[in-house]
Design a protein around this ligand. Structure first.
Ligand code: ATP
Ligand code: MG
Length: 411
């Protein structure tokens, strides 16, 4: 017996309809906004993530699946979706003259983490990337896309938290003020935060440990340190969200886990699923494209965890709306000759685009009826002598239990 690797999950056929529902909704909402799909490899050169995610992040320091391939190259399974997209953009798209350039992805993501509810070693993300627009209106567009997606799924109880972490210029001033404040409290904070103090003090605000939260509750607030340009950008973002009627909470503790963010950061959070409540995180990363070797290109986007989203949808009974993927006709049969007739009938129905199953096990009619019920067939037809002779079929509607006689070629 082999067991599944820790922190991974199979998507079983019984659950496929939920994933298709969420993915199809993602695709159709993305296209409402003019975003097109991009698929990048599951693995990339490790260096890309060191550059594009940041050497001080949790992802790079602790969570990457990195290995050497047979050619001696260091490669890494993608721990997020953005870096690969930025690499593809720089390599193949930049210079095409299309700006803004809008992409979305649906991808598996790999992170070596301690598995728990809503935290896996392989999870899946829906993400969008909008390149080439520096204006806060682009941030509003990306947030609106996420909101439209949630609305389409009927998910209302998510809180949108927004913040600005400024640009390298004003963040430098803020980092100093923050460090000055935190210095006296280092002994009251967790070892991780102590190690973040020099390299990435901003991330301390994001720590989930109670004792660290108690310290940061009184810390200086980044919004008070924004330069004029960043302040104006944040004001414009809020006005834009007001304009399109999207409610938000300004939360100065939102900093996001990746190094490349500038200005806007945001999260959609659910309080229905406990600790792992952040379903979607995103923001602006104006220096990323340049960081991975491209021309300076402003960028904004988000990444959304689909397993967490499904947990929330399940907990709010919102998956009832997902179309069931069941077969339309079950054509059963009473004997061998009848089974051959059923096979032919199935072939002609499938040629018309109808989904059909027939008996492949030579079972009794009772057992076939039980099977048809189990697979959720909409209509059941049993082929006997009479049916073959008259070419007339009794079609049973499994929802109402009603039966109708129909000529075989009218089916
Ligand atoms: P967290 O603070 O929960 O670790 P994060 O900041 O690492 O989240 P992002 O890198 O922003 O998360 O990823 C975007 C989204 O992907 C998250 O909001 C979450 O919904 C989902 N996600 C991240 N890590 C995991 C994981 N290990 N398992 C399942 N979903 C995840
Ligand atoms: Mg994380």
């Amino acid at each position: 017996m082999f067991t599944i690797p820790k922190g991974t999950k199979d998507m079983l056929p019984e659950e496929a309809f939920k994933w298709h529902y969420v993915e199809n909704t993602a695709r159709s909402v993305a296209s409402l906004f003019g975003f097109k799909e991009i698929r990048t490899p599951v693995f990339e050169h490790t260096e890309l993530f060191l550059r594009g995610v940041g050497e001080t992040t949790d992802i790079v320091t602790k969570e990457m699946y990195t290995f050497e391939d047979k050619g001696g190259r260091s490669v890494t399974l993608k721990p997020e979706g953005t870096a690969g997209v930025a690499r593809a953009y720089v390599g193949s798209v930049q210079g095409s003259g299309i700006l803004p350039y809008k992409m979305y992805y649906l991808t598996p993501v790999f992170r070596y983490e301690r598995p728990q509810a809503g935290r896996l070693r392989e999870h899946h993300q829906f993400g969008v990337e909008l390149y080439g627009a520096a204006s806060a209106m682009a941030d509003v567009e990306v947030i609106s896309l996420a909101k439209r997606f949630f609305d389409t799924l009927g998910l209302e109880k998510l809180t949108l938290n927004i913040n600005s972490i400024g640009c390298p210029k004003c963040r430098k001033v803020y980092n100093e003020a923050l460090k000055q404040y935190l210095f006296e409290h280092l002994k009251d904070m967790c070892p991780t935060c102590n190690s973040r103090f020099e390299k990435n003090p901003l991330r301390i605000l994001d720590c989930k440990e109670e004792k660290c939260k108690a310290v940061t509750a009184e810390a200086p607030v980044v919004l008070d340190y924004l330069c004029d340009e960043c302040k104006e950008h944040f004001e414009k973002l809020k006005r834009g969200l007001d304009e399109v009627g999207i409610k938000y909470v300004v939360n100065p503790k939102i900093v996001r886990g990746l190094d490349y963010y500038t200005k806007t950061v945001f999260e959609f959070v659910s309080d229905a699923i406990g600790a792992q409540g952040t379903v979607c995180g995103g923001g602006r990363y104006d220096s990323l494209v340049e960081e991975v070797g491209g021309k300076p290109t402003p960028a904004v986007g988000f990444g959304m965890g689909l397993e967490r989203l499904l947990i929330v949808l399940e907990s709010e009974n919102l998956l009832d709306k997902a179309p069931a993927e069941t077969v339309e006709y079950y054509i059963g049969s009473m004997g061998e000759t009848e089974a051959e007739y059923a096979l032919k009938l199935a072939a002609s129905l499938r040629a018309k685009g109808r989904s059909v199953e027939t008996d492949l096990l030579g079972r009794s009619v009772k057992a076939q009826m039980k099977y048809a019920d189990k697979i959720g067939a909409k209509y059941v037809v049993i082929i006997g002598d009479e049916e073959i002779k008259t070419n007339t079929l009794k079609v049973k509607d499994m929802t109402t239990g009603e039966q109708q006689s129909v000529s075989a070629d009218k089916l």
